[in-house]
Design a protein around this ligand. Structure first.
Ligand code: HEM
Length: 158
């Protein structure tokens, strides 16, 4: 199987577009949608809208998180990146993806918990759950994602 050798443009395209959707989606949510939601006067409605928007974002990015790592593995194996000069950088990117993915799963779980609290009328509990996602978890994934993109550029230039 020589997927990368046969379709290098397609593999790199899927890798890059996956990063664009995952990181770009989080940036748009955190720094555009989030502030737009602040104009909703009713705090309960604001929480409901935020939980709903996060759900849509998390469903949207799910396939791209997997496509990103699948194309990464195809490239790493085809280019022999686990041996030689690029081993450390490759492992660093794998580490970044792993932390980002665990953080993503933790956000999905937290959002589902917040949804249940909202459905049961516990708005303070839901606010605390959603607050951590917006304040720390999404920004963490944005920062790690930007570092991974930079390392991608370094790997590309060789
Ligand atoms: C899981 C481990 C990963 C590996 C082994 C890996 C590997 C690579 C390689 C080899 C390239 C260069 C492709 C080329 O020859 O042009 C690349 C580029 C890139 N990677 Fe990754 N990657 C990984 C994870 C990630 C993650 C987590 C992100 C972002 C969230 C990411 C974003 C990018 C981007 C945007 C490029 C394009 C850079 C450019 O074209 O200059 N990668 N990656």
């Amino acid at each position: 199987m020589n997927l990368f050798g046969n379709y290098p443009q397609l593999i790199i395209f899927i890798h890059v577009i996956s990063a664009v959707v995952w990181i770009g989606g989080m940036i748009a949510m955190r720094y555009a949608a989030h502030y737009a939601f602040q104009s909703i006067e009713d705090p309960k409605e604001r929480l409901r809208k935020t939980a709903n928007a996060l759900k849509r974002l998390f469903v949207l990015v799910a396939p791209f998180t997997i496509l990103l790592v699948a194309t990464a593995m195809i490239m790493a194996i085809a280019m022999g990146l686990h041996h030689g000069a690029y081993k450390a950088m490759t492992m660093a990117k794998e580490g970044l993806w792993t932390v980002m993915f665990i953080n993503y799963l933790a956000m999905v779980i937290r959002r589902n918990q917040a949804q249940r609290l909202l459905d049961n009328g516990n708005f303070d509990g839901a606010k605390a759950k959603l607050g951590l996602i917006g304040t720390y978890m999404v920004p963490l994934n944005i920062i790690l994602g930007v570092i991974a993109i930079y390392l991608g550029v370094v790997l590309r230039l060789g």
